[in-house]
Design a protein. Structure first.
Length: 77
């Protein structure tokens, strides 16, 4: 997770994977450690957890898409 500014955090993909499901919605308040989405890579399910507390301000992916390492998944503000 990288800072864009002091109050906006980008959640980025750490690997190539398929997006299986998204567990949050736009505007939802999330806590540290809350699962944001579920990825699948090499037949393994990988949860993506929030590193910060805040509000989901952008969802950049949808179920069924293939993401690449470094792709933006969410913005949390």
């Amino acid at each position: 997770m990288a800072n864009r500014s002091s109050d906006v955090h980008d959640v980025r993909a750490e690997m190539v994977a398929n997006v299986l499901s998204i567990q949050v919605s736009l505007g939802e308040v999330v806590t540290v450690g809350q699962q944001l989405l579920l990825l699948e890579s090499m037949k393994m399910e990988i949860p993506v957890l929030s590193d910060v507390a805040g509000t989901i301000s952008e969802i950049a992916v949808s179920p069924g898409v293939v993401i690449q390492e470094g792709d933006l998944l969410f913005r949390v503000s």
